[in-house]
Design a protein around this ligand. Sequence first.
Ligand SMILES: NC(=O)c1ccc[n+]([C@@H]2O[C@H](COP(=O)([O-])OP(=O)(O)OC[C@H]3O[C@@H](n4cnc5c(N)ncnc54)[C@H](OP(=O)(O)O)[C@@H]3O)[C@@H](O)[C@H]2O)c1
Length: 340
Amino acid sequence: MRAVWISKHGGPEVLEVRETPDPVPGPGELKIRVKAAGLNFAEVTARQGLYPDAPKPPCVVGYEGAGVVEAVGPGVSAGRVGERVFYLTRFGGHADVVCVKEAQAVQMPEAMSFEEGAALPVNYLTAYHMLFEIYRLRPGAHVLVHMAAGGVGTAALQLCRTVPDVTVYGTASAHKHAYLREQGCTHPIDYRSRDYAQEVRRLVGERGVDLVLDALGGGDWKKGYRLLRPTGMLIAFGFANVSVGGRRRLLHLARQFVRVPVFTPLHLMNDNRAIAGVNMGHLWDELELLRRESEALVELYSAGHLRPQVTGRYPFSRAREAFAELEEGRNTGKVLLLPD
Ligand SMILES: NC(=O)c1ccc[n+]([C@@H]2O[C@H](COP(=O)([O-])OP(=O)(O)OC[C@H]3O[C@@H](n4cnc5c(N)ncnc54)[C@H](OP(=O)(O)O)[C@@H]3O)[C@@H](O)[C@H]2O)c1
């Protein structure tokens, strides 16, 4: 099989395509011929050496993809061979063959393309989990979505649209605002040229927002918390602020960690606000939960509510360009790696 390897921590130049023997499906596993694999911001930070959960290089990362079941391991019905599936895989996803547990693969509806399937699992499960499992998004809510033009951001905008009268404030570079509106954002905000917190406050008034989805981290968690109305919730689900210019900068890292606010239960009680954390990578053993959420997403897709937006497609041999697109913040929606 061929896979995109991170040979050591560093810039895009450390990525290499290598050939190794195909894996053999173990008990309860499916062997999948990959048609498209998803690239996520987490994998960019894994390459930079800033993602604590990632395996040590040399390694193959990648959390998701879509393809066709080519073989099954002991205990799995041979009837699954030939099935079109999207799947989660804990690393090893940037390869043209993967083996995953049967429960981690979901049959795709006929209308779903492999590219759409590969764009769905991480981004849409994360957004769905935050909006409907951790929070209970209700009609009339006001939601602030950071990194709104990215993969999770796009999924969050589309999912907010499934609930009536939700007002969404989305932060993104100005040239991505037309895209944001198409995906359902009510108020795109150019966080690069103005203070987004002041802008949200101006738009929403003293009422404040009900929900903040924040994968920026550091001082932004404090700003988001202050924007919440009583009963509001901030969900912390990433720390993108630690990644700058593709390089690890110790002083920058230290500054970001110093800015992380400390909240006590007393603060939260007296403010009537909530803070939640989400790391889908740590819900790995919650197969029932992930299956239920995946099925809900398939239903929403089939009803025409979700349309994964793939805006970057790169063969494995050009993986460095794919990583650079995400790293430099040029992407809108999803970037995929395609077997050559
Ligand atoms: N906890 C979980 O389970 C989980 C799951 C998935 C993703 N995440 C996290 O969610 C975040 C978004 O992931 P994604 O895959 O959707 O990202 P993505 O598609 O790469 O989108 C990132 C976009 O965010 C914007 N951005 C704003 N501030 C940024 C900053 N400080 N650093 C980098 N980008 C910044 C950039 O666009 P503009 O600046 O041009 O607007 C960039 O294009 C990441 O932090 C990721 O680690 C967490």
